[in-house]
Design a binder for this molecule. Structure first.
Ligand SMILES: [Zn+2]
Ligand SMILES: [Zn+2]
Ligand SMILES: [Zn+2]
Ligand SMILES: [Zn+2]
Length: 146
């Protein structure tokens, strides 16, 4: 059923809470669940009570941090990098769906910055991180009413 979400006020498929009558979309429901500490469980990896990102075969809860780390360490998910030929965690995929590792992904973004002309990792608009941040800051000052 398409309706307007009471939380983000966008027209979306919503579910209605029977008790409160609040309509909430899938996205906001996910965020609410994430914040709801009553649904949090003790992570079997780090022992902290957090949002449950997944479970092991025994049903034990794992937090988002440890889940990420486990995925990163899990060599069964590693693939041969298109560029360096090493078997590593996949940071990105090429248009053809082949794996690219984090090191090569970073290296592919290195170029000459249009502003400071130094060879750096290009953040956006052909600018390095520092110059891009500076430009963004300058833009916000200019566009704000005097
Ligand atoms: Zn919403
Ligand atoms: Zn954990
Ligand atoms: Zn690589
Ligand atoms: Zn720069």
């Amino acid at each position: 059923m398409e309706n307007s979400c009471d939380v983000c006020e966008q027209r979306k498929v919503v579910r209605r809470n029977q008790k409160t009558g609040t309509a909430i979309c899938q996205n906001c429901y996910g965020i609410a669940r994430y914040k709801d500490t009553s649904l949090h469980e003790k992570c079997f990896e780090c022992g902290e009570v957090k949002h449950v990102a997944g479970r092991d075969e025994g049903g034990l809860a794992i937090c988002p941090n440890c889940y990420q780390r486990a995925r990163y360490k899990d060599t069964s998910l590693h693939e041969k990098c298109l560029k360096c030929d090493e078997v590593k965690p996949v940071a990105r995929r090429s248009e053809t769906g082949r794996a690219i590792c984090n090191t090569c992904q970073q290296r592919s973004r290195i170029g000459s910055c249009k502003e400071c002309l130094q060879t750096k990792v290009i953040q956006a608009l052909g600018l390095c991180y520092a110059c891009y941040q500076r430009k963004r800051r300058a833009d916000t000052i200019q566009s704000s009413p005097a």
